[in-house]
Design a protein around this ligand. Structure first.
Ligand SMILES: NC(=O)c1ccc[n+]([C@@H]2O[C@H](COP(=O)([O-])OP(=O)(O)OC[C@H]3O[C@@H](n4cnc5c(N)ncnc54)[C@H](O)[C@@H]3O)[C@@H](O)[C@H]2O)c1
Length: 350
């Protein structure tokens, strides 16, 4: 099991990544008042595991899915925390994917102005990305993650055992953030390029998980609250990804990130941010993870959502774009220029 320290100013975090992490969580929380937040799918698969790991801990089981990542979900958790008479030393255990991690994390930040928080990510996306770094949020009035807080978990336990039950679509979802990290971090990028044929093998993805966490930890340590701008790099591919997610909402977050990376490689190329050969390399890599980029006949409507993106300054749409291996650039485009690129997604493709 790998142990990665995240030295953030507000509160340091320790990530345990590898086989045995779930058991380590159980031992860590022995004697504490734990409160488990999970969703219906995870509960169906792991109710017995949860009872064994955290005996006697009350659980709040929320409906699964991004569309439930809202104030109703948040206040359901807070209500159950009150019912369970939790206090500030109680520990919220976010046992699930990124949706549960984000919502339970925000509930932990708000309840009595902050209870203890432990993340136990059960999806690939949550293990490689969302459980680390302390971003918590819910969506509100159609805007993704608009109500949130930075709140570091004191421990993150990433056990690969949970990935065995993940549907293929959710594995692809995690691939979005893995490919993104590969474009931002040259070492991860080289590993992915050398093993591109293994990109759908769980064993290889688990190996990449620790690399991705280490990279994210390094970024978060230097810019915990996105104030210096460095942390924004983690949004590569996300302007378009989030816009399409809000517009269509049928696919997983990671698939939209992959589609975002694909489209934004055209923007990077068209706006002179990267060489055409690198843009092509980015697209080829994305296609290894998601072999078919779907057509979005109404893609231009995504502009409405992109304009709400938190990265935007002024009236334009801001992007983090791939520049060269391990490097990125920030760019703001006038809305009509972005609409022009969005139309690429509406075109017929083979
Ligand atoms: N906080 C951050 O830094 C950050 C970063 C990236 C993404 N996110 C957020 O993460 C969310 C997406 O996370 P996600 O992809 O994990 O989605 P998710 O939590 O909805 O999980 C995806 C699906 O997998 C199911 N599931 C979870 N664990 C399972 C398991 N072990 N076996 C079988 N099924 C399982 C869930 O019930 C759900 O249906 C988005 O809301 C996104 O905004 C947050």
């Amino acid at each position: 099991m790998e142990i990665i320290e995240v030295h953030t100013k507000s509160r340091p975090s320790t990530v345990y990544c590898g086989e045995g992490a779930a058991q380590a969580a159980s031992e860590y929380l022995r004697g504490a008042q734990a409160f488990v937040v999970t969703d219906t799918n995870v509960s169906r698969l792991y109710a017995d595991t949860i009872s064994r790991l955290f005996p006697g801990a009350p659980a709040c089981v929320l409906p699964a899915g991004e569309r439930h990542k809202n104030r109703t979900g948040l206040f359901t958790i807070l209500g159950k925390m009150l019912d369970a008479q939790l206090h500030r030393p109680s520990v919220v255990v976010a046992f699930g994917g990124g949706v549960i991690g984000d919502m339970a994390g925000l509930a932990a930040a708000l309840y009595m102005r902050g209870t203890r928080l432990v993340q136990m990510p059960t999806t690939l996306l949550a293990q490689v990305d969302s459980s680390v770094g302390g971003k918590t949020a819910v969506d509100y009035r159609g805007v993704k993650n608009v109500v949130g807080a930075f709140y570091q978990p004191e421990r993150v336990f990433c056990d690969p055992v949970f990935l065995n039950t993940l549907p293929a679509r959710e594995v692809r979802c995690g691939l979005g953030e893995i490919v993104k990290t590969g474009l931002l971090d040259e070492k991860v990028g080289a590993k992915i390029r050398e093993n591109a044929d293994k990109l759908h093998e769980l064993a290889f993805l688990q190996e990449l998980a620790a690399d991705c966490i280490r990279f994210k930890a390094g970024v978060v340590e230097r810019d915990e609250t996105e104030s210096s701008g460095l942390r924004k790099c983690l949004n590569l591919g996300h302007t378009t990804g989030h816009a399409l997610e809000l517009l269509c909402g049928r696919r997983s977050h990671g698939e939209y990130v992959l589609i975002g990376l694909w489209l934004e490689s055209f923007i990077a190329e068209g706006e002179g941010v990267c060489e055409p050969s690198y843009a092509q390399e980015v697209r080829s890599l994305v296609l290894r993870a998601l072999p078919r980029i779907p057509r979005f006949p109404n893609a231009a409507e995504g502009l409405r959502f992109a304009l709400l993106d938190k990265k935007n300054a002024g009236s334009g749409v801001s992007f983090i774009l791939p520049k060269s291996r391990g490097a990125y650039a920030e760019l703001t485009l006038p809305p009509e220029r972005y609409a022009h690129y969005l139309n690429i997604l509406a075109e017929e493709r083979q």
